[in-house]
Design a protein around this ligand. Sequence first.
Ligand code: K1U
Ligand code: ZN
Length: 171
Amino acid sequence: MIRSILIHPDPRLKKRCEPVGEITDEVRRLAADMLETMYDAPGIGLAAPQVGVMKRLLVMDCIKDGPAEPMVLINPVVDWASEDQTIYEEGCLSIPDQYADVKRPAEVRVRWTDLEGAQQDRQFAGLWATCVQHEIDHLDGKLFIDYLGPLKRQMITRKMEKLKRERAREG
Ligand code: K1U
Ligand code: ZN
């Protein structure tokens, strides 16, 4: 099932999420719905608070061409970040059609729980590293616009308020 994606500003996008406990059918359904929602958008990542669920779960697939590589990360933790940084022009499904350069560590090692309850860890580089950091930020109530200066952030927020008013009028 495709779930609706919250648009900034929304208080749920500013809150820190709670860890996922037991991996129940509800958690498996959420992960499946989030992957479907991400591919439909389309996007390369999606975090649970973006669909209004305040749990530490994210999905991503940064393969643009070639066979899909869907990933589900439960309770992800960044164990190590490279000193080397990289700049990528980021977007966000909760801030449609707005893009800005964000500087982040070029590589990160992340550990998480998978849908079978097993511990996983992997070192991410390139777009995967940028995306996993963007998604973990969502779980901590942080958006990519929080890395921008106040004027640029305010300009984007005003555009999103206008978009939400227009969408509400359209019904
Ligand atoms: O978390 C999100 O809002 C999803 C976001 C992830 C992301 C994008 C860019 C850098 C870091 C994280 C998106 O997927 S925005 C859409 C997007 O980037 C895209 C859409 C279609 C094809 C390729 C990329
Ligand atoms: Zn985002």
